[in-house]
Ligand binder design. Structure first.
Ligand code: UD1
Length: 355
């Protein structure tokens, strides 16, 4: 069969923020599953090299199914360019700012980028007749949960401007779907994404000093930072450190494929939220020990006061995703640390060679 004929039969997906950490891993899986993929990314927190690596991992044939536009969702011209020449079957919307501390310092930047970008995207989707979307939400909408595991129908709350952008965007999605039932929307609430593709060729590459635990540990392991500050050693947990639900980024990527399949197969989906987590918690000190084991490196730690706004323990209820998406996480903490170390040890300075 001619390639163009073959391509006509493939489903086409627009991935916003597809050059980022979760985006690159999901794009690779989409290509492997036989989707045509278009990335739009403004490279605010990512680099073109990440997309080049995805092409290499996908191989010469599948990488023909990937297009990459540098563009910003707030810019109508960029969106027109992306929407006018292709009919998308669905959109996976990752693009957004996500640093909690920065959102407290610059709330209007967060509201402008995350809210306006998303509304603009949805307006273009409606204009071009694409009304299926998988949206990157976050466990941040559970705030400091009164009960664990976190169940999707808990009353959402948020502790900071970043969290509020996710919360408002969930509400906006519900309103849009209510007003026009042709929309099918899945809100995926990620717990703590870590790890990397097993090749070690793609992974998380934050700019500056990392805010999140695993990128920080990784930089200590490769000698870029001297020690890890453990925020809180007096929590009412088994070792005094806080507990989170870490999830391998490849499991997360597969969760997006499952959500996409659901959008294509189930008509009356409405607007529905799913947790993507493993369903169990691991403490900060347990993560440090698991990473030391995987890497063979000592991670010096300094016990510090709690970080303000942090919860004691957060982990997901995974029942709804299991039942309705047929998805559950396959990997444990050992594999998360193994693959994160592979990425860190082969790319100690991420995608950017040391200057
Ligand atoms: C954080 C965000 C959350 C966001 C998520 C994305 C906060 C308060 N929350 O979640 O909104 O959706 O990232 O992945 O920032 N820790 C240390 N030392 C460090 C870094 C972290 O001890 O250098 C501890 C934290 O106190 C926490 C755990 O490690 O107990 C995980 O922290 P982190 O990776 O930042 O994730 P969350 O705080 O769960």
């Amino acid at each position: 069969m001619e390639q163009s004929q073959q391509q006509q039969q493939l489903r086409s997906v627009l991935v916003t923020g597809g050059a980022g950490f979760i985006g690159t891993h999901t794009v690779l899986q989409l290509l492997k599953e036989g989707f045509l993929v278009t990335i739009i990314d403004n490279l605010d927190n990512s680099v073109p090299e990440a997309v080049d690596r995805v092409r290499l991992l996908a191989g010469p044939k599948l990488s023909l199914n990937l297009r990459f536009f540098i563009g910003d969702l707030r810019n109508n011209e960029d969106l027109e360019k992306v929407f006018s020449d292709t009919k998308y079957d669905a959109v996976i919307h990752f693009a957004g700012l996500k640093a909690v501390g920065e959102s407290v310092a610059k709330p209007s930047l967060y509201y402008n980028n995350n809210l306006i970008g998303t509304i603009n995207l949805y307006e273009h989707m409606a204009k071009y007749g694409c009304k299926k979307v998988v949206f990157s939400s976050s466990a941040t909408v559970y705030g400091q949960p009164e009960k664990i595991p976190c169940v999707e129908d808990f009353e959402p709350r948020a502790m900071n401007p970043y969290g509020r952008t996710k919360l408002y965007l969930e509400e906006i999605a519900r309103d849009i779907q209510k007003a026009d039932p042709e929309w099918r929307i899945i809100l995926l609430r990620y717990f703590n994404p870590v790890g990397a593709h097993e090749s070690g060729q793609i992974g998380e590459d934050p700019i500056g000093i990392p805010n999140n635990l695993m990128p920080y540990i990784q930089q200590v392991a490769v000698g870029r930072l001297p020690e890890l500050n453990v925020y809180g050693y007096d929590y009412p947990t088994k070792d005094g450190s806080a507990i989170r639900d870490y999830i391998h980024v490849m499991d997360l990527a597969d969760g997006h494929i499952a959500a996409l399949q659901k959008l294509f197969t189930t008509e009356d989906i409405g607007c529905v939220a799913y947790n993507l987590g493993t369903g169990y918690g691991t403490s900060v000190l347990e993560m440090v020990a698991a990473f030391e084991k995987a890497s063979g490196k000592k991670i010096p730690v300094k016990l510090c006061p709690r970080r303000s706004g942090d919860a004691t323990a957060v982990f997901a209820s995974t029942e709804r995703a299991k039942k309705e998406l047929g998805w559950s996480a396959k990997y444990g903490v050992e594999e998360m640390c193994r693959d994160q170390w592979k990425w860190a040890s082969t790319n100690p300075y991420g995608y950017r060679p040391q200057s």
